[in-house]
Design a protein around this ligand. Structure first.
Ligand code: SF4
Length: 400
């Protein structure tokens, strides 16, 4: 576990100056309050830090992998993935030398596969431009694919003790409450204000421990619903608590995300003991991952968003049969719809059904990318999450 000194001195340079323009409700802490806040965070973290695998034998590479995996994903989910990943790719060079398919396979189930592709591309860049040593200069780290200001700050502060600030989901909430920021913290000017605050409070000494302490307080104590103010080490300095506004700060996002509904159907085309699949190409959704023949039927769905099962059966069959012939070169006969799910991913709401199809005639087009895979290949290769659910469902019901 990280060793923590009992006190830390706040900087006395211009970084502690509050921004001239800021919302009137915001109360900027004094230099003495910042020093006291640092002490509170260090003291709390020394006895409350969770024992996470990447907090041992700290290196930039190990912290980098953990930070990328933790994006949009909970700590408990990440731990096993991180261990398996580090076992298979113990260094940047191991990662860079591995086929992308192997990286995606280890990532399977973690979601947001773009992270894995960028991780792999960045590892190659580290080997090509930095002799396989993860860079320790901010500009060089920011030049790597998939690394933004937060991730770079976290890696460099935790692994190299450079005093870079951090701002992510948990600390956005924590800082907003400490400052009493009442408006949407994701707005541009508020983001700038919060970055300034993060910069003002990060100490020169043990900045990585301090940053981890802040994130841990944000995640474990200053939760979105029912924050544990009675156990909070910085409660005395929290404007939201002082004014009784914990349930109103942070303010909800002003802009609503617009979700897109997709109605799709997977075709399970079987020849003997093999199944027709294709690896998605660069630029396609789920690039690098495998899928079955997937046909978009969104245009056929009604405004009520009804799925495959409710659509006009004859029309649906004609569209599917034609799409399969066009994409694979095979003429098929469809059997009945056997399985359907709803799945939410990023901004998409996918209504997915499946049909089994029997080949009547034709050969798989050479340039289509489709291949016949055995059942064990279906298990070994990296499939997108809905295709994987389908495989699990299909083969479980086959054997039961
Ligand atoms: Fe969050 Fe409550 Fe602590 Fe304020 S006092 S930082 S709202 S947990």
């Amino acid at each position: 576990m990280p060793r923590v000194k009992k006190t830390a001195n706040a900087r006395t340079d211009s970084r502690r100056e509050p921004p001239r323009k800021r919302p009137s409700e915001v109360v900027w802490p004094t230099a003495a309050q910042i020093t006291s806040l640092q002490r509170d965070v260090f003291r709390w973290f020394a006895s409350n830090a969770r024992d996470l695998p990447w907090r041992h034998d700290i290196t930039p590479y190990r912290i980098w992998i953990s930070e990328i995996m933790l994006q949009q994903t909970q700590v408990v989910t990440v731990m096993d993935y991180w261990r398996r990943f580090l076992q298979r790719f113990p260094t940047v060079k191991h990662l860079a030398d591995a086929p992308l398919d192997d990286v995606l396979k280890l990532w399977e189930g973690l979601g947001y596969y773009r992270r894995a592709r960028q991780l792999h591309a960045a590892a190659k860049q580290v080997v090509d431009h930095h002799d396989g040593e993860f860079p320790t200069r901010m500009d060089q780290v920011l030049a790597l694919p998939g690394i933004g200001r937060y991730t770079a700050g976290a890696i460099l502060s935790i692994a190299t003790n450079q005093p870079h600030p951090i701002l992510e989901g948990n600390t956005i909430r924590l800082y907003s409450r400490l400052l009493g920021l009442a408006s949407d913290p994701t707005r541009g000017p508020n983001q700038k204000l919060l970055w300034n605050f993060a910069q003002a409070i990060v100490p020169q000494h043990q900045p990585g421990t301090f940053n981890q302490g802040l994130m841990e307080i944000g995640g474990q104590v200053c939760r979105l619903a029912e924050p544990r103010c009675d156990q909070c080490p910085v409660a005395a300095k929290c404007q939201a608590r002082i004014r009784g506004l914990q349930d109103r700060i942070p303010a909800p996002r002003e802009k609503r995300v617009h979700y897109q509904t997709l109605v799709e159907c997977l075709a399970l085309i079987q020849r003997g003991d093999r199944y027709l699949c294709r690896q998605s190409s660069d630029g396609e959704r789920w690039a690098g991952l495998w899928d079955f023949v997937r046909v978009d039927l969104t245009e056929l769905s009604t405004d009520s968003g009804e799925g495959f099962e409710q659509q006009d059966q004859q029309l649906k069959r004609e569209v599917m049969t034609e799409a399969i012939r066009e994409r694979t070169g095979l003429t098929t006969e469809l059997e009945s719809c056997s399985w359907s799910i709803r799945h939410a991913v990023t901004r998409f709401r996918i209504q997915l059904s499946s049909v089994r199809a029997r080949k009547i005639r034709g050969r798989v087009k050479r340039d289509s990318g489709f291949q016949w895979l055995t059942e064990s290949e279906l298990r070994d290769r990296a499939f997108n999450v809905t295709a994987r659910k389908f495989i699990d469902h299909y083969f479980a019901s086959e054997t039961s």
